[in-house]
Design a protein around this ligand. Sequence first.
Ligand SMILES: [Zn+2]
Length: 64
Amino acid sequence: MDTTDTCPKCGGKELGRGKQNGYAVVTPTHKAISFGSEVEHVLCTDCGFIIESYVKQPEKFKTK
Ligand SMILES: [Zn+2]
């Protein structure tokens, strides 16, 4: 459910979604093995400001 549809920086109304993976994944710092989780960004298509970011598998970051 999206509640944000306006860029807080420039007021732009067109927001896009982008996925980030590959070498730029966010990796849990407490895990020795190298795996990460895909990140999805909600960004302003006018100025490029990232409004929200989501990690796709947040459970990977639990320490217990
Ligand atoms: Zn903007």
